[in-house]
Write a new protein. Structure first.
Length: 402
């Protein structure tokens, strides 16, 4: 019998789905013989789309619209209201999820989302006793209470930073329940060396090959702030990643760039190729955006202010403390920051490769260990034997398996 691994995600923001896809791809690349199933929590909890039928828009789409328009002020208060509503609905949530687990019979469940981990863990324990529940943080740090790490659960926690590990320890989780991996989950494409040099890649997308270039990205749905960034940097050659925001892309294409037009890119799976054409990154401090840029060797300039989402404020400090780039409070400060970064670009670029993020290849090893430990019936399955390591698979550090 092939083990069934469920990856729980939702589409709010895009990063959770991206992490699920990255983990699924890494499992497939490494050759683990598991049945991987993506579970959209919104579809499980609201299969008939009652919220959409009443409001005309799905809750995830409403959240993504706010990100695209830059309407993020006050999200901390809204987050606490959401968490209070989740606690008030805990009983019905657990019952609904328990029915789902009883019907689908997973062998291991991986949560890639915040806020719902208590309901997920308790419902799984009720319906499928002994089945491991793993939370892989897709943020660099937790935002306690009740965000990623919930005290008192049978929750295994996978963390991408020392700060997140320390938070799990403070919440009462011991060594056997917490794993430290080397960063955020990234698709295997981000681990492959670029096929061509920066100048060649710039020429291929219509940019001047020798001109310094910044890549601007605000996640899967872009942001109206990208218009302000382009206006503030009239002499900087830009690659503007708009994601699924076609309206933003149309407006950006109308703007002149130095010596021609900027490269305006709508949704694409080939983000690594565009990043490989840039010298540095400008954008919001999302864990996915930052991790992708750093993986491609790009120093970063990010923003920290009242509009920064609460779960991303640690990331601003982390970038500066690690020496990976600079933070500004507003677009008004951006030109000076760009000049400062370019003046010291070799030093910033030299610090970035030290990160060496291999989390996508480390997490499957952790899942395999948990499957082996979860009970006699699973332990005896011959399919749990690790696949032969291929030459292109990066080594997994031992600390990731402890």
């Amino acid at each position: 019998m092939t083990p069934k691994i469920d990856l729980v995600y939702f589409n709010a923001g895009g990063g959770h789905r991206a992490a699920a896809l990255a983990l699924e791809a890494a499992i497939r690349t490494q050759g683990w013989p598991w049945q991987v199933r993506r579970v959209n929590l919104a579809e499980v909890l609201d299969p008939n789309e009652r919220f959409r039928s009443v409001t005309g828009i799905a809750p995830e789409d409403l959240y993504n619209l706010r990100l695209a328009r830059g309407w993020t002020l006050g999200l901390r208060q809204e987050l606490r209201m959401l968490q209070a509503a989740i606690r008030a609905a805990h009983g019905p949530l657990v019952r609904r999820l328990s029915r789902h687990w009883a019907e689908s019979e997973p062998d291991l469940v991986v949560s890639l989302i915040p806020n719902f981990n208590r309901a997920l863990a308790e419902s799984l324990a009720l319906a499928c006793p002994g089945v491991p529940f793993v939370t892989v943080l897709t943020d660099l740090a937790d935002l306690p209470p009740h965000f990623w790490i919930e005290p008192g659960l049978q929750q295994r926690i996978v963390c991408g930073t020392d700060e997140a590990v320390a938070q799990a320890r403070r919440a009462g989780y011991g060594r056997g329940a917490v794993w430290r991996v080397s960063g955020m989950l990234l698709r295997p494409a981000f681990h492959e060396p670029p096929a061509a040099g920066k100048a060649q890649r710039r020429a291929a997308i219509g940019l001047q090959p020798a001109r310094p270039t910044a890549l601007v990205m605000y996640g899967a749905y872009g942001s109206a702030e990208m218009l302000e960034i382009a206006a503030a940097l009239p002499e900087m050659q830009l690659i503007l990643m708009c994601g699924r925001n076609a309206r933003l892309a149309r407006r950006l294409r109308a703007l002149p760039g130095p010596g021609g037009r900027h490269a305006v890119v709508e949704f694409t799976e080939d983000v690594p190729a565009y990043m490989a054409a840039a010298d540095f990154f400008i954008g919001k401090p999302g864990p996915g955006c930052l991790s992708e840029a750093l993986q491609l060797g790009l120093p970063v300039i990010t923003f920290g202010n009242a509009w920064t989402m609460p779960q991303e404020r640690f990331n601003v400090r982390w970038v500066c403390e690690q020496g990976y780039g600079l933070a500004v409070r507003s677009v008004r400060e951006l030109p000076a920051a760009v000049n400062a970064l370019l003046a010291d670009l070799p030093a910033y670029a030299a610090r970035v490769p030290v990160l060496r993020n291999r989390a996508a290849f480390e997490v499957p090893q952790i899942l395999a260990r948990l499957l082996r430990q979860s009970g006699p019936t699973v332990r005896e399955l011959h399919v749990l034997r690790a696949p032969a390591r291929r030459a292109f698979d990066p080594p997994v550090p031992q600390e990731a398996l402890q």
